[in-house]
Ligand binder design. Structure first.
Ligand code: IPD
Ligand code: CA
Ligand code: CA
Length: 266
């Protein structure tokens, strides 16, 4: 698909993201914890996640029937075009359940490992973050640029914590180091929003391990289109399916990864 075809599709996806975001917002008003399930320890899913993904499957299939589909809640189909929708209906389900206004719908279109279109609806803030490859990144109509900070010391970071004991210890060591040597580290609870906030220049970088493609696909494109850089924690390119990601303003990338890898290899 060329850029102009992708931009047309992007406009349709923005409408869908807004519609599904409005559905999620309405469902939140009457939400009770009775529809809550645990997929695994502390990994929550609600009837709203499942209904939102069903809506996304139907609406995205209607605007681009040739596309495949990979959704966190199990909807999937093979496409015929080589392109695939990668979707997280609610990124930040724990926040949604506890009525903390930081959860999002993340929609990306990818061909293999290359993401070409990304939309993240920061639902409670009525903001659609979006990007088409080669065409820049936006928050609604505002053009985005990553921050210009050059040093870890002058940076604010955002992360998520792994559940596995050894990795948790290593991540806590990184956290401790950054508390002493930077402006600090936040943990917001929606990887897709974390990435958009890097693109917006609010954070200098986001890092996490154990994430899936649906958590990062759209947000990572938004970071690179805002002028940032994305890699795995070992500086590799397979951040989409590689379950480890660092997304930064570019300037602090090497310094941050060097200190993260010192703690990971200890
Ligand atoms: C989670 C969020 C969270 C991250 C977790 C993800 P979910 O996604 O992105 O920020 O730390 O690793 O699983 O389960 O709310 O869609
Ligand atoms: Ca997620
Ligand atoms: Ca989710």
């Amino acid at each position: 698909m060329n850029t102009s075809e992708l931009k047309q599709l992007r406009d349709q996806v923005l409408t869908i993201a807004t519609e599904v975001g409005n559905f999620i917002k309405t469902e939140r008003i009457n939400f009770t914890k009775s529809s809550l399930e645990e997929k695994s320890a502390h990994n929550l899913v609600t009837a709203v996640d499942k209904a939102a993904e069903a809506l996304l499957f139907e609406k995205l299939s209607a605007v681009y029937p040739e596309g495949g589909f990979l959704g966190e809640e199990g909807n999937s189909k093979e496409g015929t075009s080589g392109y695939q929708w990668i979707v997280d209906p609610i990124d930040g389900t724990s926040n949604f359940v506890h009525d903390l206004p930081l959860y999002s719908t993340s929609i990306a279109l990818a061909k293999g490992n290359e993401v070409v279109l990304g939309v993240v609806n920061d639902i409670a803030h009525n903001t659609n973050y979006h990007a088409v490859k080669g065409d820049g990144a936006f928050a609604n109509d505002l053009s985005l640029q990553v921050s210009s900070s050059q040093k870890v010391y002058d940076s604010l970071f955002v992360t998520g914590f792994p559940y596995e004991e050894k990795q948790l210890d290593e991540f806590l060591a990184i956290y401790k180091h950054l508390i002493r040597n930077s402006r600090g580290v936040r943990r917001l609870g929606s990887a897709a929003i974390d990435l958009c906030y890097v693109a917006h220049g609010k954070f200098e970088a986001f890092y996490e391990i154990g994430l899936n493609a649906w958590d990062v696909a759209a947000g990572a494109l938004i970071v690179t289109e805002a002028g940032g850089h994305v890699s795995t924690l070992s500086k590799g390119n397979n951040w989409l399916f590689g379950k480890s990601i660092c997304a930064s303003n570019g300037h602090v990338h090497d310094e941050l990864l060097t200190l993260i890898n010192q703690e990971l290899s200890n």
